[in-house]
Design a protein around this ligand. Structure first.
Ligand SMILES: Nc1ncnc2c1ncn2[C@@H]1O[C@H](COP(=O)(O)OP(=O)(O)OP(=O)(O)O)[C@@H](O)[C@H]1O
Ligand SMILES: [Mg+2]
Length: 235
């Protein structure tokens, strides 16, 4: 088992009101598995993805990655696990405006090196600056953006921004990639390119993917599709 989430609850409080978004979700993935999450807008898909990815503490329940309880671990350990083992493609991308596409893609690797997370990691030695740049360029190439490497986010289209965010999620060769509507802004040709990339990484590197998507082709390609309905998962 790679990741095991059990009995996940999430409630938000707005003044007097308590909104129970997730009401007891169990979800686990093995290495190399692909799970698609579907459900209507507001169902809690992004909320669940953030919780699985160590970004948002659940009100109740646990997320275990390998044998580490993500939210029982300290901040530094959780950040290190996120940086080394997880990739995240946000619904709204969150690229850094001051940096080029290439620099945005490289950023998680630099963060890992400067925080010293590689010391938690015997099997993945940090890459030199030159090799990092090459890897980032190869990733940009694989999302069809080699010629946009020097562009800042404000000089990219919405779909290009999305594809840079995808490349960035992959730079540290994560074991599991969380994707929040990774093809939401893309035409069918580019959506197909992303589908190919996911399929490829899944096959060649045995990377696991949790994908929130409305794209039927992407959902069909998953090993399993789960739906969030009224705060719980239905198959
Ligand atoms: N910080 C917050 N405080 C209060 N309510 C929130 C907060 N974040 C999200 N919500 C509410 O929780 C619910 C689930 O939000 P979430 O973003 O997970 O939905 P989603 O399934 O990803 O929707 P979409 O398909 O539109 O992206 C929504 O009704 C939203 O209004
Ligand atoms: Mg969402």
């Amino acid at each position: 088992m790679l990741i095991d989430a059990c009995n996940i609850h999430k409630a938000y409080r707005n003044g007097e009101q308590r909104l129970e978004v997730l009401r007891g979700i169990d979800l686990s993935l093995d290495r190399g598995q692909i799970v698609a999450i579907v459900g209507p807008s507001g169902a809690g898909k992004s909320t669940l993805l953030h919780i699985l990815g160590g970004l948002d503490e659940p009100s109740d329940g646990k997320v275990i990655l390998d044998s580490t309880d993500l939210y029982a671990a300290g901040d530094e350990e959780r950040s290190s696990i996120r940086n080394r083992r997880m990739g995240f493609i946000f619904q709204f991308y969150h690229l850094l405006a001051e940096f080029s596409a290439l620099e945005n893609v490289i950023m998680p690797a630099l963060v890992g090196i400067s925080a010293g997370y590689d010391r938690h990691n015997s099997d993945k030695a940090p890459l030199s600056q030159g090799l990092l740049e090459k890897k980032a360029l190869d990733l940009l190439d694989s999302v069809g953006l080699k010629s946009r490497a020097a562009h800042r986010p404000s000089e990219l289209s919405g779909g290009e921004t999305q594809r840079v965010a995808i490349a960035r999620a992959l730079i540290n060769s994560p074991d599991i990639v969380f994707c929040d509507e990774p093809t939401g802004n893309l035409d069918s040709k580019n959506a197909g390119l992303i589908l190919e990339l996911i399929r490829d990484l899944n096959k060649s590197r045995n990377q696991a993917f949790v994908i929130v998507t409305h794209n039927e082709e992407l959902a069909r390609f998953a090993d399993r599709t789960v739906q969030i309905k009224d705060g719980i998962l239905v198959s």
